[in-house]
Write a protein that binds this ligand. Structure first.
Ligand code: VGL
Ligand code: ZN
Length: 200
């Protein structure tokens, strides 16, 4: 039984001053840095979009950030331009200790589809490859932390539970966007999926 820590999207654009700032996003850095040495496998994810990514409101004439749109794969929130490949906004927060990462998984790099989850793109079927990586390293149990609780963390947690991993989310090391009740929905969805929510 091997446990992995999955650190989700601790990037400048999700921290105060960033393009899609999550309130208090930078407050989780000490907690995440303290967690890193405790896990034998550590994976970081990085939201990594082309400049014309279809999740950006700027690509949909007349639409504003945080409005909904229909994509071929279902409903999609439109975001401000964020985490554009190679930009400072897409970089990990300077205070995040990145040396301990065994693997850095980039996601959301296809123009036509968003990817909240570390396991599947938003069609919920196109795999990122993380499932195979973790299984080949004998991982069966995960602890998740990072940004944002109600999008990339919860999508990753629910997919991981669906794939058969034992999943815990360390809420003290997460922060939420909380768009129209999305945090409550995400917490309920994670519980229903069998995810353990830790509040240490
Ligand atoms: C995220 C919205 C858009 C996240 C990424 O990391 O939670 N949210 N892209
Ligand atoms: Zn994104």
């Amino acid at each position: 039984m091997t446990q992995a820590l999955i650190v989700i999207d601790v990037q400048n654009d999700f921290c105060p001053g960033g393009a899609l700032a999550v309130p208090g996003g930078d407050e989780i850095l000490p907690a995440i840095n303290a967690m890193l040495p405790k896990y034998p496998v550590r994976v970081f994810t990085q939201d990594w979009h082309p400049a014309d990514h279809s999740s950006f409101a700027s690509q949909h004439g007349g639409k504003n950030p945080f409005e909904l749109t229909e994509m071929p794969y279902g409903q999609q929130v439109l975001w401000p331009d964020h985490c554009v490949q190679g930009t400072e906004g897409a970089a990990f927060h300077a205070a995040l200790q990145t040396d301990p990462a065994d693997m850095i998984l980039r996601k959301g790099f296809r123009r036509e589809i968003d990817s909240y989850s570390a396991f599947f793109e938003n069609d919920r079927t196109t795999p990122t490859g993380l499932d195979g990586y973790l299984r080949s390293r004998d991982v069966d149990s995960l602890v998740l932390a990072g940004l944002a609780t109600d999008f990339c963390v919860s999508y990753s947690a629910i997919d991981a539970a669906r794939l058969g991993f034992a999943v815990q989310v360390e809420l003290a090391a997460c922060r939420a966007i909380d768009l129209d009740g999305s945090l409550e929905t995400a917490l309920g969805g994670m519980k229903a999926a069998g995810v353990t929510l830790l509040e240490t």
